[in-house]
Write a protein that binds this ligand. Structure first.
Ligand SMILES: Cc1cc2nc3c(=O)[nH]c(=O)nc-3n(C[C@H](O)[C@H](O)[C@H](O)COP(=O)(O)OP(=O)(O)OC[C@H]3O[C@@H](n4cnc5c(N)ncnc54)[C@H](O)[C@@H]3O)c2cc1C
Length: 142
């Protein structure tokens, strides 16, 4: 894990002395001990041999599974978290109050666009490789 903090000077009651305090802290979790990310040499190398669709349907039904993690909201962060947990092998369930995933983008105005460049807002395992520097909501909602 690494952390980056933004420090701001805060004067004491006398106004004579200044203390530096963390105004915002950014943390980044690299991995979970005991749950290696199934990428690279850890990828599943079994051929699906036509069983992928059935396995996916079972996964979607989510029956008889007790999730370790409940993710509230299938927005950008919720989906990113779900993708990572899946590759870490941690059982999780995402719940979303909207009818469809992406409605939080779909239901906004058409001209909506992220202001951050796409390399800041990549989805895990699915790099945004379209030519736009900033992703349009119409693209994001897909
Ligand atoms: C016009 C605009 C431009 C923006 N531009 C940028 C940008 O350029 N870069 C940037 O980083 N950020 C930008 N943001 C901020 C952007 O909203 C966030 O970066 C990003 O969407 C946050 O993702 P999130 O998953 O945390 O939240 P959200 O995208 O808000 O997703 C939260 C999800 O949780 C669901 N939910 C909430 N409560 C519940 C509940 N009780 N039960 C079930 N589901 C629930 C919501 O329906 C929603 O789908 C912008 C926002 C707006 C409005």
């Amino acid at each position: 894990m690494f952390r980056v903090a933004r420090l701001v000077p805060v004067p004491d009651a006398t106004g004579q002395n200044v203390q530096w305090k963390a105004f915002s802290v950014f943390t980044n979790l690299d991995d979970l001990k005991g749950f290696p990310e199934r990428i690279g040499s850890l990828r599943d190398r079994q051929l699906s041999r036509g069983k992928w669709e059935k396995a996916r349907q079972e996964e979607i039904k989510f029956e008889d599974i007790d999730p370790t993690v409940l993710i509230i909201g299938a927005g950008h962060c919720g989906l990113q978290m779900a993708a990572r947990l899946k590759m870490l092998g941690v059982q999780h369930l995402v719940i979303e109050r909207n009818q469809r995933v992406g409605d939080n983008w779909r239901n906004r105005y058409d001209a909506l666009s992220l202001h951050s460049p796409v390399y800041h807002v990549h989805m895990p395992y699915i790099p945004l490789t379209n030519a736009q520097v900033c992703l349009a909501a119409q693209a994001a909602k897909r």
